[in-house]
Design a protein around this ligand. Structure first.
Ligand code: GDP
Length: 321
């Protein structure tokens, strides 16, 4: 059976192989994702983000259990830009897998930045499509909330869950950084440590000060470690999904996401074309190689490169030099 056929029929090995192709940025992966496109759009995409150590992994583990108890299938992509590891080989993954290992309804995969961050974002998006086509009803994307990635997750998921912990200064930072606006559900984890109620009030005050939105993000207290409050998180996620559908916001979000994805695909293609032009047997590449005094103008070169590889001799397909 073809890889696409295997994946659509629920063959987990086909899925794992497809994700590896995606991570390798193999051109075959792009064709595969394109072929599977008609089978996507059914999964609820849930982003879970927050600072390191707030308990995201522990919470996601608990969420997986709750989602399974509700009779849904789930896929988890744990994205860690600081980790060079890929392929589900990291320690945290093995620990997590061991709990759900016999459950066919759970698929967990870690992704690290093998090359550059742009590649990771594209690989994450494509892996979401694969899990969606594989038939997962809920796809959780767990990311470490460092700078841009927190903002990015809102452009790839339907529902964003922001995890904080009490009295950490974290909540204050998030409010200052304007991160509050991207969260659809707030979780104050580690409520067993105390101070959670105060943090909840602080977040709620910040929400009420902000622009009035049709959706009022709930603030849920949890202790992921003690497995307390996690049903409440899932209920909030479900309520948000119902809101998205009823209000028509889901369509709007997905249209925006499509636009972002097209922009990202074009950027990725352009970057690759530029690299090939500058490393291939082209006029501009020769000038770059022969430059002795470092006086070439990057802006003029960029203009020239954007004219396309076809402007240089040999179409820029020559070997890297
Ligand atoms: P992540 O970096 O956000 O994924 O955080 P982890 O899930 O790895 O958790 C970081 C640490 O906090 C681990 O030692 C967890 O055992 C601990 N932890 C997670 N949830 C809770 C909680 O609800 N209460 C307490 N006291 N510790 C927790």
């Amino acid at each position: 059976m073809s890889l696409a056929g295997g994946l659509r029929s629920g063959d987990v090995r086909a899925l794992a192989k497809a994700i590896s192709l995606v991570e390798d940025r193999d051109p075959e992966a792009t064709r595969l994702v394109e072929e599977l496109q008609p089978s996507t759009g059914n999964a609820h995409l849930v982003g879970v983000t927050g600072s390191p150590g707030t308990g995201k992994s522990t919470l996601v583990d608990g969420l997986v259990t709750v989602i399974r108890q509700a009779g849904r299938t789930v896929g988890v992509i744990a994205v860690d830009p600081s980790s060079p590891f890929t392929g589900g080989a990291v320690l945290g993954d093995r620990i997590r897998m061991s709990r759900h290992t016999l459950d066919q309804g759970v698929f967990i995969r870690s992704m690290g930045a093998r090359g550059h961050l742009g590649g990771l974002a594209a690989a994450t998006r494509e892996t979401i499509h694969l899990l969606d086509a594989f038939g997962r009803q809920v796809v959780i994307v767990e990311t470490v909330g460092v700078g841009q990635s927190e903002l990015e997750i809102s452009s790839i998921c339907d529902t964003v869950v922001l995890v904080m912990m009490p009295e950490s200064g974290d909540a204050v930072q998030s409010i200052k950084a304007g991160i509050l606006e991207i969260a659809d559900v707030f979780v104050v984890n580690k409520s067993d440590l105390g101070g959670a109620e105060k943090t909840r009030r602080m977040i709620q005050d910040a929400i009420s000060l902000g622009q009035k939105q049709a959706w009022q993000p709930p603030v849920v207290l949890t202790s992921a470690l003690k497995e307390e409050g996690i049903e409440g998180v899932f209920k909030a996620i479900e309520r948000h999904r119902a809101f998205l559908i009823e209000s028509g916001t889901l369509q709007i979000r997905r249209r925006q996401r499509l636009k972002q994805e097209v922009i990202a695909l074009v950027a990725e293609r352009a970057r690759e074309d530029a690299r090939r032009t500058l490393e291939g047997d082209t006029e501009v590449a020769r000038r770059l190689r022969d430059d002795r005094n470092g006086k070439l103008n990057p802006y003029a070169l960029a203009e020239e490169v954007m004219g396309g590889p076809s402007r240089g001799k040999g179409g820029g397909d020559g070997p890297s030099q």
